[in-house]
Design a protein around this ligand. Structure first.
Ligand code: FES
Ligand code: MG
Length: 585
């Protein structure tokens, strides 16, 4: 059961009402404050209901089109209940919803936009602290990037995973089993009736994908960073513990405001290193690499790809969760969730002497954390694998690439094969099954034009499809390369995030059909077996593609987006620089 904590630390200075940020709006002398008070009466509040109280923004990503956030309207009410109970004044701020399932070309195009919206709303309104509600993939990094940029006190309420899927007595994982059964369909082993039943069974409750995909990975990241209530990340969206956690977050944020405990107190380099270790121990999503680097950038903390590779070489995979393993988030919750995993990692892999929003230290927070199922969360002496992902370099990826090798078939981890190149996703989809391409199980499938600019938005195209005729022969994995991302629920020997991307002239742009490519995960290399002189000739003949957007957000995006190895943030958001606070009156 979640613990409710948040005792005042002895000797800690508390703010006075006059020191609250919101005091500048309501408490000062003059016409403006008079007007703000009049407009708050218009909202239906008496002076004694709000004056002198911390104003808490309840930042809500609920929308009718976001199935992962369906329950967040109700949860916002639970948060507000907690805020009122603790003597705060809650105000709900609806913000953009990034629905992984519906938004095209990809919500990744809009992660930075939601981060900007969050930052600017928190800054421009009379807000003293925030509770951030969301969880579908990009939402978690976006909200935390925005809040960290303003650096107010904040608590993140993860939307929580949906319940396990079911079909004809089988347990289904969202994403993962969707890919799997679609392949069955393509191989002709699944009919219309079965497909209709699967549609009903894959995602059967509100909440985020219940595999250790990007949503669950990023929720766990928020928990280990210390910005959620203890144990929050694995609570199923529809479990009543989720409402209790939301109300507890509402109570806690009020106290955090009074003690001026801003996000920067928690989002330290130690915390980010622990987040990397946790992602690896979870066998988490490769998307976390990009998001964590971007989040750290907003926290003014130097986190790089090299940190991932270093930590990946040390940290064992302990959580047996799909897509890499067997179990789902519901099982993880019953097994003890993130606290059980963190307690396992302990002092050897984590920095326990850092504060969290719930406790004076992570060490204190983990007292009593137990594992109730040692199959779901393995002990350190019985890990599933060593190192959940690898950072590759070589002449094909000078600024790095990433592979989640525990989700790949082992015989492909050292492999040389001839390239079959696709210039864009649509061409690949249209031609992948053509026998003329002569794709074999040894071929290396290459997709380019799918990076941050080329995609645009770096879509989750990274798990390139295996041709139907090979599937029918029983081939279930192949070496695949791209400058795209991959869904956290995908799997296979897929090399991702190749940087620089082909669109800006990265070496991926120079690969031709039949070139030999060598992947060697053990050596952490990705090589194009073509002479440098020949590559130079090809480079001289290469012309950069035209920019896609002539105006609008896409134009802003293409002018400022950075490459995968630096987190795909906008350069003007991640750089140092002052932003003036709105003044009184
Ligand atoms: Fe929302 Fe997977 S679609 S978390
Ligand atoms: Mg996803």
């Amino acid at each position: 059961e979640e613990s409710e904590t948040g005792q005042v630390v002895a000797g800690e200075r508390r703010l006075t009402s006059e020191e609250l940020r919101s005091h500048r709006w309501w408490g000062t002398e003059g016409l403006r404050s008079f007007s703000h008070r009049a407009r708050t009466r218009q909202l239906g509040y008496l002076p004694e209901e709000h004056l002198g109280k911390p104003v808490i923004a309840v930042v809500n990503t609920w929308s009718d089109i976001n199935p992962c956030h369906q329950h967040l309207r109700e949860r916002a009410e639970a948060v507000k209940r907690g805020v009122w109970q603790a003597g705060g004044f809650p105000l709900e701020f609806p913000v953009a919803t990034l629905s992984e399932t519906f938004q095209k070309p990809t919500p990744m195009l809009y992660r930075n936009l939601l981060s900007m919206e969050t930052e600017e709303l928190l800054r421009s309104y009379p807000v003293d602290g925030a509770v951030l509600l969301g969880g579908c993939d990009k939402t978690t990094p976006a909200l935390l990037m925005g809040a960290a940029s303003v650096d107010l006190p904040a608590v993140f309420v993860p939307a929580g995973p949906m319940l396990r899927g079911h079909w004809r007595g089988e347990t289904l994982g969202s994403g993962t089993d969707m890919w799997k059964y679609w392949d069955e369909r393509r191989a002709g082993r699944i009919g219309d009736r079965e497909l209709g039943e699967l549609e009903c069974g894959l995602a059967r409750s509100p909440g985020t994908c219940m595999t250790m995909g990007t949503a669950s990975t990023m929720a766990s990241v928020a928990e280990v960073l210390g910005v959620t209530m203890p144990g929050a990340a694995a609570i199923p969206a529809v479990d009543s513990a989720h409402s209790r956690m939301a109300a507890a977050a509402g109570r806690r944020i009020v106290d955090l405001v009074w003690s001026d405990a801003r996000l920067s107190r928690f989002l330290t380099l130690d915390a980010y290193h622990d987040a990397v270790a946790t992602v690896l121990a979870l066998g988490g999503s490769t998307n976390a690499v990009i998001h964590l680097i971007a989040m750290a950038g907003r926290s003014r903390v130097p986190l790089s790809l090299a940190d991932f590779d270093r930590i990946a070489r040390e940290v064992p995979v302990l959580a047996d969760l799909r897509p890499g393993g067997r179990f789902l988030m519901e099982d993880f919750y019953y097994a003890g969730g993130v606290p059980s995993l963190l307690a396992r990692l302990g002092e050897e892999y984590l920095c326990l002497d850092r504060p969290t929003v719930g406790h004076a230290s992570l060490r204190e927070q983990l007292v009593g954390a137990a594992t109730h199922d040692t199959e779901v969360v393995r002990p350190l002496d019985r890990p599933l694998a060593e190192g959940g992902l690898a950072v590759l370099r070589g002449n094909l990826a000078p600024d790095g690439a990433v592979i989640k090798h525990i989700a790949a078939q082992p015989h492909l981890l050292k492999h040389t094969g001839p390239a079959v190149v696709f210039d864009d996703y649509q061409t690949m989809q249209a031609t992948i099954n053509e026998p003329a391409l002569e794709i074999t199980a040894d071929s290396v499938l290459v997709l380019r034009g799918a990076g941050p600019l080329g995609g645009p938005g770096m879509p989750e195209y990274g798990m390139l499809p295996i041709p139907d005729y090979l599937l029918k022969q029983g081939v279930t994995d192949m070496v695949r390369l791209s400058d795209a991302r991959m869904s956290g629920t995908s799997y296979g020997a897929c090399v991702l995030h190749i940087a620089p991307e082909s669109h800006v002239g990265g070496p991926l742009a120079l690969v031709r059909d039949g070139d030999l490519i060598t992947l060697d995960v053990e050596a952490r290399t990705l090589r194009l077996e073509v002479e440098d002189a020949e590559l130079e000739r090809r480079r001289a003949a290469w012309t950069p593609p035209e920019p896609r957007y002539g105006r609008g957000f896409g134009a802003l995006y293409q002018e400022h987006i950075t490459q995968a190895d630096t987190g795909c943030d906008f350069a003007f958001l991640s750089r140092e620089g002052e932003v003036p606070e709105p003044h009184a009156g």
